[in-house]
Write a protein that binds this ligand. Structure first.
Ligand code: IPE
Ligand code: IPE
Ligand code: MG
Length: 247
């Protein structure tokens, strides 16, 4: 049960504002393993465990949208054995997730370019999306082979072709329309992005969507991240004064 936040069936304390959409840059797996003299892939295994725990916790306390950054368009440049280990981990996660999240009401979505993954992984991603699409709980976006610049380039290309084929007119292009061509179409922008591992950068994550997002950088490495760290990030968010350029 939630240590600090109430479960979604109970009202949250009035002084606390729960973000609707939270993004997490799940970083620090490699350093976690290195500190223990383990191969980097051991850090990824532990990171996957943390992901399951935190995703379920977010759903329990009533977060409506959670986007986790699992693999970036730039992560392919890592050594072959590390990329191979990550693909194996995705495979076993995706197989387990179908039954693991069966009793949850979580809707699973993958954001990013699926086409670079093996046909088996692509099929598993689609199966996970299909079997969860009619649920009514938290939307969990798993960003895999996701890069926000790539996402924006795709959006621009699709907008151009839709103008050319007459589906839309140039005059209709607006901030809202651009948002509607992104992987996160129809979802609210993230209110809060958490980056564990102490790095102060965005690393190509939700560049368009994070125009007015609050950032919380935490010093914990992702595999060490606990529900209490989530509580802490949410508490910090709750105290922020969001002005959106106003006064
Ligand atoms: C995040 O942890 C996981 C992925 C990017 C796939 P890292 O592997 O980046 O861990 P550090 O940053 O090297 O510690
Ligand atoms: C960002 O972490 C990507 C994910 C967590 C999936 P990286 O470790 O790839 O980012 P940099 O290299 O520190 O910017
Ligand atoms: Mg990293």
């Amino acid at each position: 049960m939630a240590a600090f936040w109430k479960s979604k069936s109970e009202p949250q304390p009035e002084s606390l504002i729960l973000p609707q959409h939270v993004g997490i840059i799940m970083d620090g797996n490699g350093r976690w393993a290195k500190k223990r003299g383990l191969p980097r892939k051991a850090g990824h295994t532990e990171g996957a465990r943390t992901f399951r725990k935190i995703a379920r916790y977010c759903s329990e306390i009533g977060i409506k949208y959670l986007t986790v950054y699992a693999f970036s368009t730039e992560n392919w440049k890592r050594p072959e054995d590390e990329v191979g280990a990550l693909m194996k981990l995705f495979d076993s996660y995706l197989k387990e997730a179908i039954s693991d999240f069966k009793d949850d009401d979580i809707v699973v979505r993958f954001i990013g370019d699926k086409s670079s993954f093996s046909p088996e992984l692509q099929a598993l991603m689609i199966e996970n999306e299909e079997c969860s699409k009619d649920r009514d709980g938290m939307v969990l976006n798993i960003a895999m082979n996701y890069g926000s610049r790539d996402e924006i380039v795709r959006a621009v290309k699709n907008i151009c072709s839709d103008v050319q084929n007459g589906k839309i007119t140039e005059e209709q292009i607006s901030e809202q329309l651009v948002s509607d061509y992104l992987y996160t179409a129809g979802q609210p922008d993230p209110d809060l992005i958490i980056r564990p591992s102490g790095e102060y950068r965005i690393s190509n994550f939700m560049l368009w969507q994070s125009a007015y997002t609050e950032f919380v950088i935490m010093n914990k490495l992702w595999p060490d991240f606990q529900k209490s760290d989530m509580d802490e990030a949410l508490r910090i968010y709750s105290q922020r004064n969001r002005r959106y350029g106003g006064v």
